[in-house]
Design a protein around this ligand. Structure first.
Ligand code: GRF
Length: 210
């Protein structure tokens, strides 16, 4: 009997390099899942081209096209349910996930943050802002954090983290490049653990089994 692969939705607002990294790992079987849907809030996002290239359905869902937040969330939930989505992967999605979506997917939504949380996280800390803040602070290490998503920005239980030395960098861009390399590796590993149901959550702690 063929075991059905887990069905993922990726939410992204930008160029989509994490989307691509995860897609590759589903294709080669490292992640036993398929990306069945891509949701974006940016009609110009590079991720749209990548999804089209691979014939993955993309929905551009813009808050401004809905009367209020509940209607916006309902539109997203409708697509998730129509595509029978089991897990949501946030990959540079620049919008807080609404409570109805979090409630529908408890501990089944995962995010990557381009710094070592709980430092350099929270509202306004996204994309380049993170790397600028890291650079200005003078810290000597940065890295990436994969965490489960709850109602607060960047505060859900941490699944995986990896650090990188930034002792000799000269710009925030250099930090971003070093961190991105790590992101692609640990995000694929974390998604694998998630869909294989190997994450055991105890409060803020996540234990990895198997
Ligand atoms: C990544 O650095 C991710 O951590 C952040 O946004 C960036 C998205 O990059 N939250 P990409 O669109 O996956 O290339």
């Amino acid at each position: 009997m063929q075991i059905e692969k887990k069905r993922l939705a990726v939410f992204a607002s930008g160029r989509g390099s994490n989307f691509r990294a995860i897609l590759e790992q589903t294709h080669n079987g490292f992640i036993p899942a398929v990306i069945a849907l891509c949701i974006t809030n940016n009609p110009k996002a590079g991720v749209i081209d990548i999804a089209n290239e691979h014939k993955i359905p993309v929905h551009i869902i813009l808050p401004k096209n809905f009367p209020d937040a509940p209607a916006f969330n309902d539109a997203i939930l409708k697509e998730l349910s129509a595509a029978r989505i089991e897990y949501i992967i946030l990959a540079g999605y620049l919008k807080l996930i609404g409570k109805p979506i979090i409630d529908a997917y408890p501990n089944r939504i995962i995010n990557i943050h381009p710094a070592l949380l709980p430092s350099f996280g929270g509202a306004g800390m996204y994309g380049h802002h993170v790397h600028e803040a890291v650079y200005e602070s003078g810290v000597k290490v940065s890295g990436a954090t994969v965490h489960l998503v709850n109602n607060e920005y960047d505060a859900g239980p941490i699944v995986l983290q990896q650090a990188v030395s930034i002792e000799n960098v000269n710009s925030a861009d250099e930090i971003a490049a070093r961190v991105l390399e790590i992101e692609h590796k640990i995000y694929a590993r974390a998604v694998k653990l998630l869909v294989e149901e190997r994450l055991k959550i105890h409060g803020k702690r996540v234990d990895i089994t198997g």
